[in-house]
Every structure is written in C-alpha cells, then in structure tokens.
Design a protein around this ligand. Structure first.
Ligand code: SF4
Length: 389
C-alpha cells in the first residue's frame, strides 16, 4: 500500500473520522495484517476497553425442511428426505429445557422455510417456550422467515411482528443477510428475501422497540468490495434507526459432512475455497473500522474455530457467541473439530487467556455479570491449557 494512503487511513482511524467506500476497499487491499489489527484494536478499545462480552445461549432449529435451496446451505432438507425433521411444540420445549442447569439467558431460533407448517405454529412455540423458561430471552427468526410468514399467513410483517412480540419475541436473528449485492446474491440465495425486504423487516422491528443483530456471509464467491458495500448498507440503516446491536461476519463453510444419503447440498463448494484465518481477521478489522455506529463486532466461534476467535479479540471483536449447544447449521457442514458446546467456564478461560476481561450479557446487551480481569500471565500458565483437537 502507498505510504501516503496508509498515513491518510491512519489519521482518519485515530481521529474517528468516518471511512469511505474507497477507504474500506483500500484496507482490504492491504496485506499488512498487524497494521490493520492495530487500527481496529484502537477503534475497539476506544469503544469497549478490554471487555469481551459473551452470552450463555442455546440454538434451536425447529425444522430443517425448507422450500428454498440456497447454494451454500448444507442444512436444508426437502419434505420426505431421510433426515428431514420438524419438532412438535413439546419437543422444542424439551430440547430447550435440557440446558436449564446452565442458567441459560437466550434461545436462538432459526429454521427452514417449511412449505406446509401453518403460521400459527410459530407464535405457539414461542408462547410455550416462554411459559417453560420465563427468564430466557427469545431471539428468533431471520428476516427471510418473517417474509415467509407473510406469504403463508397473508398477514403483513407489521401484524406478524406484533403477534410474535406478544408471544415473547425479544429480538429477530441477523441471518438471511448473506451478501446484499445483487450480482453475488442472485448466485447464492434461492428465496426472494433480498436487501429491500431484509432492511424493511429490520427497520420495522427497530420501530417496534426490538434491537436486532446483523450478519454477513463471507469467504465464498464475493470480492472484498462486496463486503464493503454490505457493511455500508448496514451503516446507513443504523444511522437511520440505531436498532442494530452488533455486526457478525459469518465464515462460509464447505460441506465436509456426509449426510445419511451422501448428497452434498452445498453446491457452491465446487467453485470456492473457504476464507483463510488471515482473511477472517482482516474482515473483522475492516468491519470494525467501517462500522463507526455499531457498538459491537462479534466472532461466532463455531464458524471460525477457537484459535481465530481468540485472535479476533485483537482485530476489532469484543463479543463472542456464545455457550452454543447443537448448532446444526454449521455442524452439518463441519468436520474439522470445532466443539459443539462451550460452557460458561470454557468461555471465561478463552477470554482470560487472550488477556481480556469477560462480561456476560443478555440478548439486548444488558450486563448479566461482570467478571474480574485476566489473571497475571504467570498464574494462567501454571497448568497446561486445554487444546481442542
Ligand atoms: S439458507 Fe435458510 S432459506 Fe436458504 S436453503 Fe438454507 S435453510 Fe433454506
């Protein structure tokens, strides 16, 4: 990178001046990863100090039956396929209750676009979950699912959100965003919820007092300029509503898992590689620098592995999700040893060992518990650290 350009970017980053589209593209073009990390770490530390937030949650996927066949998705099944499933309401409640002892604060619920399940099923599940676990916040449904509910119910998103909120909905999930740029999106997304509907539904949710996360699926066929475009759309919407809690870059995964029928559903992998750790760290850093109106940048460790999750804390990330159990969407695509569960203690040590201070949060980023800062290095290294193979 030209020294003058580098100095200009440094000046902007350290003074807090808003970065442009061209700045974002220049940052992606830079191979000086340590320099990028330093800029992003400055922005992260100005905002969040040495705190790392995490939550104790459980992911619940009510059904993997989906009307769409998105090119990157290993999770979806068609009706009648061998390992297709749909939970009855009581099964969903029983699954959620399995983690009662973990002092769960959140259920994260996303699902396939089931062709025949009636709309009424969804608020009913929320009501039953809320009755069974009253202290647990329900973060449920992507904007894509809400648009699907409009189709199957004939109701407006406005009426749908009102009913879901009445049933206990605390937040939408951030999924369905993938990459908003149409040239890329039309090659990977098979349903018809695109930027216009995705932003309409999040805007509406924010107007009703919900705060929502936002995501980006990266590391497939998109170019860095598409990532910049994606986060700038979110930055603009955040300027308008202020309703986003966090931005979460999600690393696209190949399908390493042989399903029972041996069928590879992720048809994108024949033309892709996955993002290398350096590319992931760069994506976290550039996102932190561009999103000057977002409080938090999250690393979803399930998709990045624990090593990158720890390193990401020096590249702009201040939030780790979470104490996840049974994350089916990625684990249907994952065979490289990421654990399916991290308990509260595992997360605390992950954060302390990286030299940061853990803070447990709830779905709305309210503090549940402040923990002490990292112990001195000598104390932390007295015992060998656990390594996940
Ligand atoms: S990403 Fe979602 S909508 Fe697309 S095929 Fe998979 S489950 Fe269905």
């Amino acid at each position: 990178m030209d020294k003058g350009v580098k100095r200009g970017l440094e000046k902007k980053a350290y003074s807090g001046e808003r970065l442009s589209r061209a700045d974002g593209e220049a940052l992606y073009a830079c191979d000086d990863l340590a320099w990028l990390g330093r800029l992003a770490h400055h922005a992260r530390t100005e905002r969040n100090g040495d705190r790392v937030m995490f939550n104790v949650n459980r992911h619940l996927n009510l059904t993997n039956v989906c009307s769409a066949s998105c090119a990157y998705c290993s999770f979806q099944r068609k009706p009648g396929e061998k390992d297709a499933y749909t939970m009855r309401v009581e099964q969903a409640v029983a699954k959620a209750q399995e983690m009662k002892d973990e002092q769960l604060t959140e259920l994260h619920i996303v699902n396939g676009l089931h062709p025949t399940l009636p709309w009424r099923y969804y608020p009913r599940v929320l009501r039953e979950l809320k009755a069974a676990l009253p202290g647990v916040k329900l973060k449920a449904f992507t904007a894509t699912e809400v648009q699907w509910f409009e189709k199957i119910s004939g109701l407006t998103a406005d009426a749908i959100l009102d009913e879901l909120i009445d049933a206990g909905l605390e937040s939408l999930t951030g999924g369905g965003a993938e990459i908003f740029d149409w040239e890329i999106r039309k090659q990977i997304v098979e349903h018809d919820c695109h930027w216009e509907d995705w932003s309409r539904i999040h805007r509406l949710a924010h107007s009703k007092g919900l705060r929502t996360p936002s995501t980006m699926l990266y590391g497939h066929i998109e170019q860095p300029r598409h990532r910049v475009d994606h986060v700038l759309r979110l930055r603009e919407l955040q300027d308008e509503t202020g309703g986003f809690t966090v931005f979460i870059p999600l690393r696209y995964q190949h399908d390493f898992h042989d399903s029972a029928d041996g069928k590879v559903r992720n048809v994108l992998q024949a033309r892709t590689t996955m993002a290398a750790p350096a590319e992931s760290l760069k994506t976290f850093a550039v996102s932190r620098l561009l999103l000057d109106n977002f409080e938090h940048i999250k690393c979803f460790w399930v998709m990045h592995g624990l090593s990158v999750a720890q390193l990401s804390l020096n590249f702009g990330v201040d939030d780790l999700d979470g104490s996840v159990v049974e994350y089916k969407i990625t684990h249907d695509a994952d065979a490289y040893g990421t654990p399916t569960t991290m308990h509260r203690d595992d997360l605390l040590h992950l954060i302390w060992d990286a030299g940061f201070t853990p803070v447990e949060r709830d779905t709305r980023y309210n503090v549940v518990k402040e923990y002490p800062p990292a112990p001195k290095l000598a104390d932390r290294r007295r015992e060998p650290q656990q390594v996940w193979a």
